[in-house]
Design a protein around this ligand. Structure first.
Ligand code: ADP
Length: 521
């Protein structure tokens, strides 16, 4: 059995309710839409562009700064190497002097070169080595140069004071070795610093890649939320509309943007569809009335004939008739006229447009009245009707007109499905679900192929030819049963039978059971 409450649609009453409850066609009609902060997709794109551009710019600026820094480091490293070279050279010349008595001038020259380099780059050296260490280097270099000068003066004056020379040699060695030590330390420190810097620069592409990946993931997630989610909602909403659920689609985004326009357009379309559905349902009812009218015309023929015959008999034979006979014939006239009136009233009752009025109903009486309404049609088609209406069942609460329309739809469909001499069985009994009554309309007609079963409650679904079916009978019936807290279901076998079961809550159904059933819908 298919639970049609999932695949069915809302009735005209539902539609009417929704149309009046939410009008949302223009911005001005929807203050809630207007109050949403504006944040369009274009703004999103712009922000994303600004973010990515800023990131790229930051990366480029960072790389340029790092390369400049490395260049400066390299330059300074070359200076420190030159300084170390001059110091080492001065020491070599100094050793030559003490060994062979040559190159004293060269030693002085190299020491002076080292001094010039140190003076030019004192600031940088102070930053790298601390002010105390820099002061020590300067001190050692100055002392070294002083002793070399002293040695030069002694040499120039031709003084052969070996003791003094020895003293100077010792001092030169002391300051010289200190100078070389500190200069080597300076070069080493610069080398380490450069290596660290290079390693850092090597890591920049890796870090940039990680940042770009993270940002891309974030943006993808963000866009999935901002684009895919509303699109999914849109698809779900259109599927709901296709099934006849005309409730306005909920807001797809927190912000006002392009999707708000789509949302408003769809809600406007839903309203238009509802209005058209109202018109189509009316036309379906008119078609049913048309069908009934053919049967009624046939049925009216008999009483009208009888009236004519009796009236003519009175006209021609009134002088020969006794008073009793005359009274009897007039009574016949009244009875036949009353029969005709009842037939017409039945149809008028059904055709009457009226506000829905819900009240306690005897479902047995209602089913019998509906059969009577279609009786003439049944007679014309030659179909056999078997009824099994249980009595003493609890009443139900509902709208008589609407429920009549449901059962009439089922009976007319069954009449369409059966061939001549077919049988339609209509029964009323307690449903299996406690507190519910069940009406079954079963025919031994053409049945419904399994592949169209899930669609028969969809609005506008029909297998009948043009001008014969509107495809709204079952959809409207489903909606009506729904709002009465009931369910409608179908069992069918192609070529064998179709059985529609309508269950409706009786008046004394416990409130929680009724609510459960309504929730299931
Ligand atoms: P319509 O009768 O205007 O086509 P309905 O919504 O009443 O619209 O029915 C939809 C379709 O369900 C029908 O076109 C028909 O194919 C199928 N159907 C309904 N009742 C029966 C039935 N008793 N036997 C066979 N098919 C049926």
């Amino acid at each position: 059995m298919i639970n049609l409450l999932e695949s069915g649609s809302n009735s005209i009453n539902n539609s009417k309710k929704t149309v009046s409850s939410k009008k949302c066609t223009l911005d001005s009609d929807c203050p809630d839409v207007l109050s949403r902060p504006r944040f369009s997709l274009r703004t999103h794109m712009l922000l994303m562009f600004i973010l990515l551009s800023s990131l790229s710019m930051a990366l480029v600026i960072g790389s340029v700064i790092a390369i400049n820094h490395i260049q400066k480091k390299l330059h300074f490293f070359q200076i420190t190497e030159k300084y170390l070279f001059d110091i080492a050279q001065a020491r070599r010349w100094e050793k030559n002097y003490f060994l062979y008595g040559t190159n004293l001038k060269d030693a002085v020259q190299s020491a002076n070169n080292a001094k010039n380099i140190l003076s030019d780059n004192l600031k940088n050296v102070t930053i790298i080595l601390s002010p105390e260490k820099t002061a020590t280097i300067v001190q050692h270099l100055d002392k070294y140069r002083e002793f070399l000068q002293e040695l030069s003066v002694l040499e120039k004056n031709g003084i052969e004071n070996t003791e003094k020379k020895h003293e100077i040699e010792t001092s030169l060695r002391k300051h010289g070795s200190e100078m070389v030590k500190v200069a080597a330390a300076l070069v080493l420190k610069e080398q380490i610093s450069m290596n660290t810097m290079l390693k850092l620069i090597q890591r920049i592409p890796v870090y940039s890649l990680a940042v770009v990946l993270l940002l891309t993931t974030f943006l993808v997630c963000f866009f999935v939320k901002r684009l895919i989610k509303p699109l999914k909602l849109l698809v779900e909403s259109t599927q709901k509309i296709a099934k006849g659920d005309f409730s306005p689609i909920p807001p797809m985004c927190k912000y006002r943007g392009e999707f708000t326009t789509v949302e408003l357009a769809i809600n406007h379309m839903i309203q238009e569809l509802q209005l058209r559905e109202v018109a189509m349902v009316e036309s379906h009812k008119l078609r049913a009335i048309g069908t009934l009218t053919a049967g009624i015309a046939h049925e009216l023929n008999n009483p009208l004939n009888n009236i004519m015959l009796t009236a003519h008999a009175i006209l021609e034979e009134h002088n020969d008739l006794s008073e009793d006979e005359l009274l009897e014939m007039i009574n016949d006239l009244i009875n036949e006229a009353d029969r005709s009136r009842k037939i017409i009233r039945n149809l008028l009752d059904f055709a009457r447009e009226g506000e829905s009025a819900s009240g306690p109903l005897d479902l047995g009486v209602l089913v019998n009245e509906t059969i009577k309404l279609a009786q003439n049609q049944i007679k014309v088609s030659g179909t056999k009707i078997e009824t099994q209406i249980q009595t003493h069942l609890p009443q139900i609460r509902g709208d008589k007109q609407q429920l009549k329309q449901v059962f009439l739809n089922l009976i007319l469909n069954a009449l369409d499905a059966v061939k001549k001499d077919g049988t339609i069985k209509i029964s009323l009994e307690q449903a299996e679900t406690p507190g519910f009554l069940s009406v079954k309309v079963e025919d031994n007609g053409c049945g419904i192929p399994a592949y169209i079963l899930p669609n028969i409650f969809d609005p506008f679904f029909t297998t009948k030819g043009p001008g014969k079916g509107t495809g709204l009978g079952l959809s409207v019936s489903h909606g009506i049963v729904n709002i009465h807290g009931g369910q409608i279901s179908i069992e069918s076998k192609e070529g064998k039978y179709s059985r529609f079961t309508v269950i409706l809550p009786s008046l004394n159904v416990p409130a929680d059971l009724k609510a459960k059933s309504e929730r299931r819908n």
